[in-house]
Design a protein. Structure first.
Lengths: 86, 236
């Protein structure tokens, strides 16, 4: 998966909205962990799920977000859903 | 009408409820403004929670609109019949001990369709009337959906011919209080405190209107709102 994928870039933008101006978005890669590196709590995960729904038109479930631990997990999930829907 | 059971229950129970609740409505400033006569569109109702009758009262107050109230998931574990009844009434099941995505999604979907969502942010009954810390679910739904929140303060004794007082506050759009570039965690915490402050202020005004001594001062008594607004406008 290219580090320059459009999905990853869009996801970084969503992270920026959540984390604020000080967020180091350039440091976010596919291997960035959500809880460890980004400090996501369960509330952040909900917010991210809702942002993904708004931004990508893909609805996540509690089970979906429960299985995600890295940014790459989210990108692969979104891309898989987009491939299914296309 | 998505939940005919709710309409049926309200219609058949309305007459005895009139006698049981004896509700007196109060408004800020003492007068009922025209804008309070009808709540239109998607709106979140938020109230303190001291009795199991509070959700029923909320449904009674908005008798002619369907309202979907967040109900703790443990209520669905009593027995199958009660669980079925809660589902048919349109209650939204929420696991109050974790961040529950599906409950938030259902609330946002309901609001997007122009429906009412009822939330008791304390998440559980306050047995002694003291305010419990607010869980952030209502604030989160409001920030994400853009739906206004109508805060309520309920006080009184539920019992045959005993009076229940309800102070209905001004609707608040949380999005107007926070810049979009504020980090999510700050916005959510500030919105939650603002909500606590609004309900606490309604309590204080209700006591004043009834000529009672002011309630005990606590951290939530209206102090949250100005501080939150200034903090987040300054981007701190």
């Amino acid at each position: 998966m290219s580090e320059q994928s459009p999905t990853l870039e869009k996801l970084k933008a969503l992270c920026g909205e959540m984390l604020g101006e000080g967020a180091k978005l350039d440091a976010i890669t596919m291997d960035t962990t959500l809880r460890g590196d980004l400090g996501f709590t369960s509330l952040y995960m909900i917010w991210m799920a809702l942002a993904i729904e708004n931004g990508f038109g893909i609805r996540l479930s509690d089970m979906d977000i429960g299985g995600m631990s890295t940014v790459g997990d989210i990108v692969r999930f979104i891309d898989a859903k987009k491939d299914t829907n296309s | 009408m998505k939940y005919p059971m709710q309409a049926f229950t309200k219609a058949t129970a309305m007459l005895p409820l009139f006698a049981f609740f004896k509700v007196k409505l109060h408004y800020p400033g003492g007068k009922k403004p025209r804008r309070y006569r009808h709540i239109r569109g998607g709106t979140i109702l938020v109230a303190n929670h001291t009795s199991m009758w509070d959700p029923i009262l909320m449904g009674y107050l908005y008798a002619f609109r369907e309202i979907r109230i967040w109900a703790a998931s443990r209520l669905y574990q009593y027995n199958r019949l009660f669980s079925w009844f809660l589902r048919k009434m349109g209650f939204i099941r929420v696991d109050r001990d974790v961040a529950d995505l599906s409950a938030v999604q259902e609330a946002i979907d309901t609001l997007a369709r122009g429906g009412l969502v009822g939330v008791f942010p304390e998440g559980r009954l306050s047995r002694d009337g003291a305010t419990l810390p607010y869980k952030p679910g209502a604030a989160m739904v409001a920030l994400k959906s853009g739906a206004p929140i109508v805060p309520l303060y309920i006080e009184g004794s539920y019992g045959l011919f005993r009076r229940v007082h309800v102070m209905i506050g001004d609707a608040v759009d949380l999005r107007h209080h926070f810049r979009p570039d504020i980090p999510y965690a700050q916005a959510l915490a500030g919105a939650n405190r603002l909500l606590e402050g609004r309900v606490a202020a309604l309590k204080a005004e209700l006591y004043a209107q009834r000529g009672l001594p002011p309630p005990d001062a606590n951290a939530q008594d209206g102090a949250g709102e100005p501080e939150a607004r200034e903090t987040y406008r300054n981007g701190a």
